[in-house]
Ligand binder design. Sequence first.
Ligand code: FES
Ligand SMILES: [Fe+2]
Length: 327
Amino acid sequence: MQSESRGFRGFPFGMPSGWFRVAYSHDLEAGGIETLEYFGREMVLFRTATGRPGLLDAYCAHLGAHLGSGGHVEGEALACPFHGWRWTPEGSCSAIPYCERIPTTARTRSWPVSERCGMIFAWYDSEGRAPFLDPPEIPRWGEPGWTRDWTARPATQVAAHPQDVGENGVDAPHLAHLHGMQAVRLAVDFEGPRFHWLIEGNYEFDGDHFQLRIDGINHGLGFSVFERSGKRDTVACVSITPVREGCTEVQIAAIAEGDGDMTDELDELDDFLGPDVPIFQRKIYRADPILCENDGHVAEFRRWARQFYPAVPRPQDSGRRAVVATS
Ligand code: FES
Ligand SMILES: [Fe+2]
């Protein structure tokens, strides 16, 4: 029986496993600490003196102080504000200021992090399993002639499950009906924990009519990266990070060829992606939807997505390709 009023409004599987962006590298200098709320918990992200990021449960494993409220970085560890126990990025206790012998049980919950391409990703798995996927790869980052850092729009919190946000990318008919594209062509190729997608169609923005072509890859359910050629070649990322049950953070960031201001590119992305937000805020998850033959890849996407839930057996990799055209 679906619940339409609690949690993710009927979504049955809980939080997915995967790599999720939790910060941009430029958010966190050496010695910096950020308090975050993701995956239904309070966490602290910190960077050691030598630059390693660590992500820990916010509440100290000793007597429960909040590490992000008065804690500070000491060398390669985060020191608790209460009694000064020091926690490494791996979650072990490296020192107790008033005791030589560290209890063998002195560990705190830590999450694997991977910093790459100007972003810090956290691995989440509700059963605490080690990462079984590679973190996302991002094209163009660091190439000469491209902007050197991400320009991000403010994050939006939506009441949709991350899977609902990802499903949007394979939902061909809504591109015409909601986003106003004409002569849409969408190709999707599911492969292991990723799917490639290509959208082509006619689009109008700010009085200009043009042929829009977006070539993207979704890495699990948490991260989508796509290349778009236009006035400037652009690479944009959409981070889809669960905050808590019933709340997902969505944030767009981009780099582009050339230097300078990214306002035009981000305005166009906002214009394209914005109409989804009010739908996400109110929709429910239909576990057993009625689909028609031109509904694109929704059913295939849902089969693919099941690999990210621990309670569900992971399907064999499939490399199936299909093309759907709508107008
Ligand atoms: S509560 Fe953190 S050191 Fe005591
Ligand atoms: Fe959409």
